[in-house]
Design a protein around this ligand. Structure first.
Ligand code: FAD
Ligand code: DLZ
Ligand code: SF4
Length: 520
């Protein structure tokens, strides 16, 4: 009786449930690099290299521990290209009688796994992924009877259940949420700490060469690869964050600055999502920094809320509502994604900066994703599926369970308010307040109309007009709709005409667009 234990590229945790009770002498641990996973969207080159290299290093550590690892490389001539076909080959190779896996992070893969027992006439045990604070069942109990969800209420229950930042039954510092302290723009002359970059070792270089050979057409600068690919290095990155960045994390969480892609953010999401770090150890490390007076409460609470609150909340929503979640399109967006999301070739400096940094690092921080590329997609009425595929491809941390609710729900409001109480639509004034992007932009952030007016300004009121039926009864949208109601018909017609002109031009090749839009 040989048991096959399958480990996926985002399950690189020694304590993963599929390895519970592993028998080093008899069981086979299967890990497979498969073409289907590397191409189901056109992932950033660094994302592919990160996952494959982390997989190879993890396999090496299991082998050193004495486990029998069967590792199938992407360029193995017999590689059959998918999880299902590789499991089939492994069953034949090792005379397998039972498969043990941990539930995957994506519905698509869960669907695959559920077919294996029947397809292979074999016992398949799909174990819970207990790396999360909140199991799928626990979330379902919380969600029961609620028509829409709010992260804040979910988060408070998680705080009570885990005891994180609790003083008895009360939240530390007497407040659950310190968000109002966390919206400062970056002072002039602030110098965020330099980040650790991990020089690729021979194993990573081999993977980078493979990626260059096969995926040169995918977005991204592979030579700029500096991600940790082992638990040891990921722990070093965490430690550096806690010491050097966490104290200022809260204050400047929403700030953006040219040439500073990371600011005071942790840049650990790929490590958390692949399993090199666990959510629990990261939250405990942050809490300890507060207990030792090394970081203020507003920073530590703000950071823990992202993980214990948002990360768990979006996962719960994903599993509670898939596969139907992806079908909704409450605001009816149909527009194709403009090519500048891939090239960065746009006169809008904020978008150009974020796309260039995304290409360089496979990373952008939350406010860049939400209020620049996300906000633009919302205002421009991009089809949800188009922008979802982009986010899933371009970030090293992107897996559907976390990407989809953030894009479909938080950014595009395509779920009609299930995840968030209102769309995060904003004009250029928000970007101007929180960044220095507007200073070197060809557009004028103060101008509301005309060819040189900031496109976010031109699109903002158009978005409100276009979505009046869907949004005007939302109490949280009362203010913009009151302002809109005071506008004359002539002004509304002008807004619509100018926005439509911009949207038509936006889809033209960049050289023509620049000349006609900005009249340069
Ligand atoms: P920090 O700011 O240091 O935050 C700490 C940790 O909190 C992150 O590492 C992450 O694990 C967690 N976190 C923070 N915000 C969220 C959130 N909204 N949802 C879930 N976890 C959160 N995060 C992903 O991990 N994968 C994605 O594919 C992804 N797609 C996103 C798409 C959009 C449109 C938006 C608005 C957000 C998305 N996020 C995603 C959430 C967030 O932007 C990233 O987790 C964060 O930018 C990662 O950088 P960091 O590690 O420096 O985060
Ligand atoms: C994202 C990814 C990529 C690019 N390649 C692989 C791979 O070759 N082998 C593997 O096991 N996992 C890979 N992954 C991660 C999977 O896509 C991820 O495990 C599933 O989407 C489930 O979350
Ligand atoms: Fe972006 Fe508008 Fe500012 Fe230009 S002016 S950087 S387009 S917000």
């Amino acid at each position: 009786m040989t048991t096959l234990r399958l480990i996926l590229g985002d399950q690189l945790t020694r304590d993963i449930s599929s390895l519970d009770g592993v028998d080093g002498a008899h069981d086979i641990v299967l890990m497979a690099e498969v073409a289907e996973e590397t191409t189901y969207v056109r992932h950033h080159q660094q994302k592919i290299a990160f996952i494959l290299s982390a997989m190879r290093h993890f396999a090496q550590s299991l082998t050193q521990e004495g486990l029998r690892v069967d590792y199938v490389k992407l360029d193995d001539p017999d590689n059959a290209g998918s999880f299902t076909s590789e499991v089939a080959r492994a069953i034949a190779r090792h005379k397998i009688s039972r498969i043990i896996v941990t539930e995957p992070g994506e519905w698509r893969v869960m669907d695959m796994m559920r077919s294996w027992s029947h397809a292979f006439s074999i016992d398949v045990e799909i174990r819970e992924d207990d790396r999360f604070f909140c199991s799928r069942g626990r979330f379902a109990r919380w969600a029961e009877g609620r028509k829409s969800y709010r992260m804040e209420f979910f988060y408070r229950e998680m705080r009570r259940e885990t005891g994180l930042l609790m003083e008895g039954d009360e939240p530390a510092g007497g407040q659950w949420n310190f968000d109002h302290d966390n919206r400062k723009s970056l002072p002039k002359g602030a110098k965020p700490p330099k980040r650790d970059r991990f020089t690729p070792d021979a194993m990573t270089r081999e993977v980078m060469d493979l990626v260059t050979q096969r995926y040169a057409q995918h977005i991204g600068d592979i030579e700029n690869f500096g991600w940790a690919v082992t638990r040891k290095d990921a722990l070093e990155a965490l430690d550096h964050f806690i010491q050097a960045c966490l104290p200022a994390y809260g204050d400047y969480q929403d700030a953006m600055k040219e040439g500073e892609p990371f600011l005071y953010h942790s840049v650990i999401s790929p490590y958390l999502n692949c399993g090199l770090l666990t959510a629990r150890e990261v939250c405990l490390a942050a809490e300890l920094a507060w207990k030792k007076d090394q970081a203020p409460l507003n920073a530590v609470e703000g950071f823990i809320r992202q993980i214990l609150g948002w990360r768990e909340y979006v996962r719960g929503i994903y599993w509670q509502h898939m596969p139907n979640y992806v079908q909704s399109n409450a605001l009816g967006g149909t527009r194709k994604l403009p090519s500048f999301y891939w090239t960065g070739d746009t006169a809008m400096n904020c978008i150009a900066q974020v796309v260039e940094e995304t290409k360089a690092n496979a990373y952008a921080h939350h406010i860049q994703r939400l209020m620049v590329t996300g906000n633009f997609a919302l205002l421009a009425g991009i089809a949800p599926a188009e922008i979802e595929a982009w986010y899933l491809a371009v970030y090293a941390d992107a897996f559907e369970w976390v990407e989809l609710p953030n894009v479909h729900g938080m950014v595009m409001f395509a779920d009609g308010g299930l995840l968030a109480s209102k769309p995060y639509a904003a004009s250029g004034a928000y970007i101007d307040r929180m960044s220095d992007y507007c200073k070197s932009c060809a557009y004028d952030v103060k101008a509301k109309s005309g060819a040189t007016a900031c496109p976010f300004n031109r699109l903002y009121w158009h978005f409100m007009i276009e979505n009046q039926t869907a949004l005007s009864r939302n109490p949280r949208m009362a203010m913009p709709y009151r302002t809109l109601s005071k506008m004359t018909d002539a002004r509304r017609a002008e807004i619509t005409r100018e926005a439509q002109e911009f949207l038509e031009e936006m889809d033209r090749p960049p050289s023509i667009r620049h000349q006609t839009q900005l009249k340069l």
